[in-house]
Design a protein around this ligand. Structure first.
Ligand code: KIV
Length: 280
């Protein structure tokens, strides 16, 4: 899937859409060879890769750098959505469009923006400029200070009604898709049924049109972080730790490097393979 129209068609056919976050070229190469449909360069990069405590630390240069790396790894075909980071869409039209331009020039096909209040005219402007926009409602981590933490949203009937209203307004603004994060299943299901554009859930139950997970969560790279809505498909933390220990033991025990990893030793001195050629 690599156009907004294809995502809408998938929803009409009842086919689930699979997004994963991705932040670097080698991982993007693996995603390109997988059955995953599309990539989100989320501002979660600030937490998952840079070790910050929230996504407020992400800025446009950080997002553009990771978007460009993902595009190089993914190749020209894959569909990439890049997050507009904290406040980048709240500093006036000029700043918004410079941020959108930086992300698209870095390789994004679309941008994602959290919330809707006060942003409707800007979302329409980006869409009318030819850049697809993905909305994001529910737990919107850029609003962490207003929300009082990374909390489950939409629990009361009033809060659920507000989410339904936001979803409808985003669709009216022309978003091609909508992330719904950490809300009750029934709320996400109702929004999904009411919209023509696909919903992509995270912590929003199985009735959304698709799902997204943060790649470091699904690979189990952080053993201390396992929210209820995450399923780990790999215990990478254990496997990487074992590999590091094996390497350290081999070096300390004099077993690495061996003859086959040494030039001028017993093995052939054929030229080493070039490093993987970088895409432009
Ligand atoms: O930044 C991110 O990774 C996200 C997803 C959790 C939807 O916005």
């Amino acid at each position: 899937m690599n156009t907004p129209a294809q995502f809408a068609a998938a929803k009409r056919r009842g086919e689930k859409i699979v997004f994963v976050t991705c932040y670097d070229a080698p991982t993007a190469r693996l995603v390109a060879g997988s059955e995953v449909d599309a990539v989100l360069v989320g501002d979660s990069v600030a937490m998952a890769v840079h070790g910050f405590r929230d996504t407020v630390a992400a800025d446009v240069p950080m997002m553009a750098l990771h978007t460009a790396a993902v595009r190089r790894g993914l190749g020209p075909e894959g569909f990439v959505v890049a997050d507009l980071p904290f406040l980048s869409h709240r500093r006036g039209r000029g700043a918004l469009m410079r941020a959108v331009e930086a992300l698209v020039r870095a390789g994004a096909n679309a941008v994602k923006l959290e919330g809707v209040d006060g942003s409707e005219a800007d979302i329409r402007h980006v869409v009318e400029s030819g850049v697809p926009v993905m909305g994001h409602i529910g737990l919107t981590p850029q609003h962490v200070h207003a929300l009082g933490g990374f909390n489950y949203q939409g629990k009361s009937p009033e809060a659920a009604a507000a989410l339904r209203d936001q979803a409808q307004r985003l669709q009216d603004c022309g978003v091609f898709s909508l992330v719904i994060e950490c809300v009750p299943r029934s709320v996400a299901a109702g929004i999904t049924r009411s919209l023509a554009v696909p919903t992509i859930g995270i912590g929003a139950g199985p009735d959304c049109d698709g799902q997204v997970l943060v790649i470091t969560d699904l690979l189990g790279l952080d053993p201390g972080f396992k929210p209820r809505f995450v399923r780990r498909y790999l215990d990478a933390a254990t496997q990487v730790s074992s590999a590091l220990d094996a390497y350290a033991r081999d070096v300390k025990g004099g077993r690495f490097p061996g003859p086959q990893e040494t030039f001028g030793g017993e093995e052939s001195d054929a030229a080493p393979p070039a490093r993987r050629a970088a895409a432009p």
